[in-house]
Design a protein. Structure first.
Length: 54
């Protein structure tokens, strides 16, 4: 369940930050960038915490 929460929370949090940045800066690229960054960071945290399956 923790790994699933990382996968869900990463894109939601960083995508949300990207959406806020897009809203205030008037851009359109921070939301997708934040979501991709959130996915990458969540995968990194899962691998760091639980290791690689062998």
């Amino acid at each position: 369940m923790r790994a699933l929460s990382y996968v869900i929370a990463g894109p939601v949090v960083y995508g949300g930050l990207g959406w806020v940045g897009d809203h205030f800066l008037g851009t359109q690229s921070l939301l997708p960038l934040g979501a991709v960054l959130g996915i990458a960071l969540s995968v990194y945290m899962i691998v760091k915490r639980y290791g690689v399956a062998r």
